[in-house]
Design a protein around this ligand. Structure first.
Ligand SMILES: Nc1ncnc2c1ncn2[C@@H]1O[C@H](COP(=O)(O)OP(=O)(O)O)[C@@H](O)[C@H]1O
Ligand SMILES: [Mg+2]
Length: 581
């Protein structure tokens, strides 16, 4: 045990003396209260510590203790469904102990010490095992089998292993080296968990959100950023993704945003059902809450705690999606700590290492071959919200995130203001994953899926050009085909891209429905274009198809096959019959 003394206190940063032997990133307990902190700078026996709890009341001379280990996340069965703060203290348990807030210095085990799990071995005595090998599993929730992995440094032959009910503190197996294996393991959060290698990702994270799945998809293992000004829909978007995307596991980090946004998640999620499994959504979810009223340093850590948990499930062979709302608050925490350390500031006061920290975080996303003798693949997809001050995307956090993320979903204040939600700007957003996903979409949705996507985007781009002309010379100057294009573009925007996150049906749109909706619009457009030669533009505006298209997004998901093929048939034929008669 290293024991020093507080020498200086500056907000969340405390300096201590007499800490010989301490290393950077070691966990410390600060003051009489034992506040949790992490060493972020070492000079001889003097250290700077970022303290994860409010520091008022601390006094110079109070003790600082450490056993010389970094902050370790606790990983094992029981993570799913939990709500943690940035340093993995379970909010529920701590609340029960201390009332409605987390008392300073409070501790709580991340995983229950008393709950028993039924462990089923998958290897026998005599089997040689090493880091990353699966030795057995427990049914963590109804949909998720928790694979028990050999921890780092564990290598040998299995001496004893037995099916039965165990707590996370009881060994489930023993190696011939004498080492005992548990269902629980510890991991330093700032170190990426090792893998065999990253592999190319060719499967989309299906989100049920049309603007993402059709226009700007992200792969399972890819990364996306959602920058946008206040009120443009970052949180609603992140929550929709947490609810509806087809990941096996979701880690949701509420980082530095207003407490009431997190309250919504905390009260709503436990009542929601996973549309794919019919199971409670919380059964696949881990929530990490570090809202704006909680200490700034723990906010910095919440990102790493979250991604470590994500990697842990990836290592079992699962597809994990991580949402962080908002990475800007994390970067601001970094800036505040850096300021207290009196480091040389970089752009806009952020520390010079901002870019590398952001890159390191997004690089923990990926599709990987997991460690272990059986071949498993898993993925971590990272989706980070960014809140640039004033909505100015040229600021450092947006720019540095943009450089590394593969998809850019730019929220637009003007769209939000006109209540076009999700307010993703379709002209400036992009995805670099389309080539990688081409084959998947072709095989799994429709050979013409990407072709239709291209046509829709082209119409919207043409609309943008035509609108500039209309501003100059008025709509009357346009040709009839161009007028028609503007009407179809409006249909694409209003009836396809707009999606109400709060509507029972519209909130989640299966891929097949997205496919049919695109097809319906394009088939109708084609029919209208053909009719233009025969009947006047005003007559085309009276086609019942416009009305039908405006209702299709509310068709319940169990009626898709009964409804859409008929609609598409009608839209392509009927209008023409009107014309012919
Ligand atoms: N997809 C959506 N569907 C319906 N309403 C939305 C949608 N996205 C955003 N909104 C509306 O915009 C408001 C602000 O969104 P929010 O996500 O809280 O913004 P931000 O997190 O960017 O500050 C929401 O309260 C909601 O009324
Ligand atoms: Mg928000």
């Amino acid at each position: 045990m290293i024991i020093g003394k507080i020498a200086r206190i500056s907000g969340p940063v405390v300096n201590a003396r007499g800490m010989e032997g301490i290393k950077i990133r070691d966990l410390v307990r600060v003051g009489e209260l034992g506040l949790v902190g992490e060493v972020i700078e070492v000079q001889g026996d003097q250290v700077s510590i970022q303290v994860y709890e409010e520091t008022d009341g601390l006094k110079v001379g109070e003790p600082v203790k450490s056993d010389g280990k970094p902050f370790l996340a606790e990983l094992g069965p029981g993570l799913l469904g939990m709500i943690y703060d940035g340093i993995q203290r379970p909010l529920e348990i701590i609340r029960d102990q201390t009332g409605n807030f987390i008392a300073r210095g409070a501790t709580g085990d991340p995983l229950s010490r008393t709950r028993k799990w039924h462990f089923v071995p998958t290897v026998k005595a005599g089997t040689p095992v090493a880091h990353g090998d699966v030795i057995g599993w427990v049914q963590e929730t109804r949909a998720i089998q928790h694979r028990v992995l050999v921890p780092e440094g564990g290598a040998g032959k299995i001496l004893k292993i037995k099916e039965g009910d165990y707590t996370v503190d009881e060994p489930v197996a023993e190696l011939d080296t004498g080492q005992k294996l548990f269902m629980k393991q510890l991991w330093p959060i700032r170190r990426p968990r090792p893998i065999v290698q990253k592999v190319a990702a060719g499967v989309p994270l299906v989100t049920g959100q049309r603007i993402f799945d059709v226009f700007f998809p992200v792969t399972k293992g890819g990364s996306a950023i959602v920058p946008g000004p206040f009120g443009s829909g970052k949180t609603v978007t992140q929550q929709a993704l947490a609810k509806w995307s087809d990941a096996d596991i979701v880690v949701y980090i509420g980082c530095g945003e207003r407490g009431n946004e997190m309250t919504e998640v905390l009260t709503e999620f436990p009542h929601l059902e996973d549309p794919r499994t019919g199971q409670p959504l919380m059964n696949r979810t881990v929530l990490i809450a570090n809202t704006s009223n909680m200490p700034v340093a723990a906010r910095e850590t919440s990102i790493y705690t979250g991604i470590t948990i994500a990697e842990y499930y990836r290592d079992m062979g699962y597809d994990v999606a991580l949402m962080a709302d908002s990475t800007s608050r994390w970067a601001e925490a970094l800036r505040e700590i850096s300021g207290r350390l009196e480091e040389m500031p970089g752009e806009e006061g952020y520390p010079p290492y901002l870019a590398s920290r952001i890159a390191e975080f997004y690089e923990r996303a990926g599709r990987v071959i997991c460690l272990g003798s059986d071949r498993r693949e898993g993925s971590v997809t990272v989706i980070g919200a960014v809140s640039p001050p004033g909505g100015d995307f040229s600021e450092p956090v947006t720019q540095n995130s943009l450089r590394i993320a593969g998809a850019f979903w730019g929220l637009d204040a003007r769209l939000a203001y006109s209540r076009h939600f999700p307010a993703i700007n379709w002209l400036t957003s992009y995805s670099l994953y389309l080539d990688a996903l081409q084959e998947w979409y072709t095989h799994n949705v429709g050979t013409d899926f990407l072709q239709m996507r291209r046509e829709l985007l082209e119409i919207l781009q043409k609309e943008d050009e035509l609108k500039k002309i209309v501003q100059l010379v008025g709509k009357e100057s346009l040709s009839e085909p161009d007028k028609l294009l503007l009407d179809i573009a409006r249909t694409i925007r209003d009836d396809f891209l707009r999606q109400n996150a709060f509507h029972e049906v519209d909130a989640f749109c299966p891929l097949k429905k997205q496919y049919y909706m695109m097809k319906a619009i394009l088939v109708f457009y084609e029919a209208c274009r053909r009719a233009l030669g025969t009947i006047p533009y005003e007559g085309i505006l009276k086609f019942p198809g416009w009305e039908q298209l405006s209702k299709m997004r509310y068709i319940p998901n169990d009626q898709i096959e009964a409804f859409f093929p008929k609609l598409i048939e009608e839209l392509s034929q009927k209008e023409l019959k009107i014309v012919a008669s």
